[in-house]
Design a protein around this ligand. Structure first.
Ligand code: CA
Length: 520
C-alpha cells in the first residue's frame, strides 16, 4: 500500500486550499436599486450573510457589459461592469468590503468566446483583410457545407455563415458567441491584459469558463461519432467531450500572469467527466485548480461516490495538484431537486465539505432551495434557469427585494428564506455554518482521505492529519444502519441533524451523515 503524503499543516497551505468558495449568481442574489435585478450593491449589502456563514471566497458569475444572449457569458468589454450590476466604483467598494470581511473575490473570466457585439469581433467581421480577422476562427467552405461536423453546446451547428465576407465563423455556443483564436499571440496578449486589469484591481482569483476549449488544433478535424455518445448532458456538442493538448501551453501562459501577483489563483471549468483527463490541465504549472464535476453527475449511490472520490484521490495525489469538489452551480438542478428532499441534500453537503480539497458551493444551497418554476426562456434552451431563481431573504412580500425580481421565486419562499432559517437552530442554514466552522478548526480535514468499508449503504472515510483523526459516516439509505462495535460510543462532533450532535454514536439513522472523533 502506498503511503500518501497529503498531510499539510494549515500554515503551509495556500489560502485557496483551505477555502470554501461560494458562487454568487449576481442577477439573482440581491438588488440594491429596486429594478428587480441583483447587482453589486446588493452583494455588498449581504456580505454579512456570507461572513456569518463562514465562506472564505466568493466567485461572481460574469458582471461585464453583455447583450445577455447567454446571460453574461457573452461579453462586449472584459474591463468594465455592466450598468445592470453597477460600475467600477461599486465594484471596488464591493472588493474592499469583502476583504474587510476576510472574504476573497474570484471573478468569472470567459476566455473561449466573446459576444458578437464585442468591438474585436465587429472589426474581425468587417472584412477578410481586417487586422483582427485572425482573432476569431474563420474558415472557407461552400455556403451549403459547414467546414466540419461540430455542434454548438446549445444545439445546431457550431458554424455560422457570414454573408458579407463569405466565410464561416466558429461558435461552440450561441452564434452570438464567436470563439476567439487562441493560436493568435495578439489574442493571448489581449487576454493577459484583461487578467492584469482585474488582478491590479485587487481580485484574488479568476474562474476560467470552459477553458479547455481554447485549445483547438489547426486542422479542426471532424468529431468522431463515438465521442458524441458519452454521457454528458450536452450530448452531441463539443463542450462535454473536448480534450485537446493544444490548450496546455496557453494555460502555462495564463498561469505566469497569475503567478506574477502574490497569492492569486485560477480555477478552470473543464467539462471532462473522466477525472484522469483533468490532470494535465493542472499539472506542470498550468491552472492551480480545475473543477471536478464527477460527483455532480453521479447517481445517489454510496459505492459510486466512493469510486469517484477514490479516482480523484488517485489522480490528484501529486504535491502540485489539488482536488476540488462541486455538487452544484448555475447550470444544474438544485441538490434538493436531484436527490429528492432536503435530508439527502444535507448528507451531500456534509460529504462535499469534508473531502480532501476545495469545495465550491452555490448560492441558496445553504437555504435548501429548490429550483424555481421558471418559464422557458429563449436564453435558456438547456433548462438552466430553475436554479437561478432569486434568493429569498425574508418572509415579507418581496422577500427582501424591493419588487418582483426577474425570475419567479423558488418554492416556499416564506419558509425557505434566510431570516426564517436563521431562527431554527436545526435548519440547513445552520448546518452549513456548523460544517464550515468545523472544517475551519479541524486539522484532520486538511489531511489524508482514506476510505473505510462499513456497509453497502454507507459512504465512510477517515480524515487524518498530525495524529488527529475524524471519521465521516454518510448513510445514503432510507433505513437505520448498525455501526461496528468498535465505533459505538465515539463522540459525534458534527451531524446533519442537530439532535445527534454531542452525543455518542449508537447507529446511523436513515439519510444522515455525521463526523465522529476517532481516538488515536
Ligand atoms: Ca438592481
Amino acid at each position: 500500500m502506498t503511503v500518501r503524503d497529503t498531510t499539510r499543516s494549515s500554515e503551509t497551505l495556500a489560502w485557496w486550499k483551505r477555502a470554501v468558495v461560494y458562487q454568487v449568481y449576481p442577477r439573482s442574489f440581491a438588488d440594491s436599486n429596486g429594478d428587480g435585478m441583483g447587482d453589486l450593491g446588493g452583494i455588498t449589502a449581504h456580505l454579512d450573510h456570507l461572513s456569518w456563514l463562514g465562506v472564505d471566497a466568493v466567485w461572481l458569475s460574469p458582471i461585464y457589459p453583455s447583450p445577455a444572449v447567454d446571460l453574461g457569458y457573452d461579453i462586449t468589454d472584459y474591463c468594465d461592469i455592466d450598468p445592470l450590476f453597477g460600475d467600477l466604483k461599486s465594484f471596488d467598494e464591493f472588493v474592499a468590503e469583502a476583504h474587510r470581511n476576510d472574504i476573497r473575490v474570484i471573478l468569472d473570466w470567459v476566455p473561449n468566446h466573446t459576444s458578437d457585439q464585442h468591438p474585436w469581433f465587429i472589426e474581425s467581421r468587417s472584412s477578410i483583410d481586417s487586422a483582427k480577422r485572425d482573432w476569431y476562427i474563420w474558415r472557407d467552405s461552400s455556403k451549403d457545407r459547414e467546414p466540419n461536423n461540430w455542434g454548438s453546446a446549445f444545439g445546431g451547428s457550431a458554424w455560422t455563415w457570414d454573408e458579407r465576407t463569405e466565410q464561416w465563423y466558429l461558435h461552440l455556443f450561441y452564434a452570438e458567441q464567436p470563439d476567439l483564436n487562441w493560436a493568435n499571440p495578439s489574442v493571448r496578449e489581449a487576454m493577459s491584459d484583461v487578467l492584469r486589469f482585474w488582478l491590479d484591481r485587487g481580485v484574488d482569483g479568476l474562474r476560467a469558463d470552459v477553458v479547455h476549449l481554447i485549445g483547438k488544433s489547426a486542422e479542426l478535424v471532424d468529431m468522431p461519432e463515438s465521442l458524441k455518445l458519452e454521457g454528458f448532458r450536452w450530448t452531441g456538442s463539443l463542450a462535454g467531450v473536448w480534450n485537446e493538448p493544444a490548450a496546455y501551453p496557453y494555460l502555462e501562459e495564463i498561469r505566469k500572469v497569475v503567478d506574477s501577483y502574490p497569492d492569486r489563483v485560477m480555477v478552470g471549468e473543464i467539462n471532462l467527466l473522466d477525472v484522469k483527463k483533468l490532470v494535465p490541465y493542472s499539472q506542470h504549472q498550468r491552472l492551480q485548480m480545475v473543477f471536478n464535476f464527477s460527483l455532480l453527475y453521479a447517481s445517489w449511490d454510496p459505492r459510486a461516490w466512493a469510486l469517484l472520490i477514490r479516482e480523484a484521490e488517485d489522480a490528484f495525489i501529486e504535491p502540485d495538484l489539488w482536488p476540488t469538489w462541486v455538487l452544484s452551480n448555475h447550470d444544474n438542478p438544485r441538490l434538493v431537486n436531484r436527490y429528492g428532499d432536503e435530508a439527502h441534500a444535507r448528507v451531500a453537503a456534509l460529504v462535499l465539505m469534508t473531502l480532501r480539497g476545495t469545495p465550491f458551493i452555490y448560492q441558496g444551497d445553504e437555504l435548501g432551495l429548490r429550483d424555481g418554476d421558471t418559464p422557458v426562456h429563449n436564453a435558456d434552451p438547456t433548462g438552466r434557469l430553475g436554479c437561478r431563481a432569486p434568493m429569498p431573504w425574508d418572509s415579507s412580500e418581496f422577500h427582501g427585494w424591493d419588487s418582483d425580481p426577474w425570475l419567479p421565486w423558488p418554492p416556499v419562499p416564506d419558509g425557505h428564506n434566510a431570516t426564517a432559517l436563521l431562527e431554527d437552530p436545526n435548519s440547513i442554514l445552520h448546518l452549513y455554518r456548523r460544517v464550515l466552522t468545523f472544517r475551519r478548526n479541524s486539522p484532520a480535514l486538511l489531511g489524508q482521505w482514506n476510505e473505510l468499508l462499513l456497509d453497502d449503504d454507507v459512504l465512510a472515510y477517515e480524515r487524518t492529519s498530525q495524529g488527529e483523526s475524524v471519521v465521516v459516516l454518510a448513510n445514503f439509505s432510507e433505513h437505520r444502519v448498525e455501526v461496528p462495535e468498535g465505533m459505538k460510543g465515539m463522540a459525534v462532533l458534527l451531524a446533519t441533524d442537530l439532535a445527534l450532535e454531542t452525543k455518542n454514536l449508537v447507529d446511523l439513522p436513515p439519510v444522515c451523515a455525521l463526523v465522529i472523533h476517532r481516538p488515536s
